[in-house]
Design a binder for this molecule. Sequence first.
Ligand SMILES: [Zn+2]
Length: 75
Amino acid sequence: MINPITRHRARCRQTRALMSDYLDDDLDPESRRRVARHTAWCPNCGRMLRTLSRTVSGLHHLGGLPDEPSDSQVS
Ligand SMILES: [Zn+2]
């Protein structure tokens, strides 16, 4: 029997692994639904998705990571 907290953490980990593809629109419909459903009720993952989506839209608008140290840039 799996305790609910362990299961919850496993789902958080899976959701986070899918988040960047979710924001890039690279997921199949079933995975998209799973991410959307999880982030709708899990405050931690919901917050992470919002943070990540700001970063991703920043990337698209600026063509680079905002406020990143220059040694992480590829030129
Ligand atoms: Zn979660």
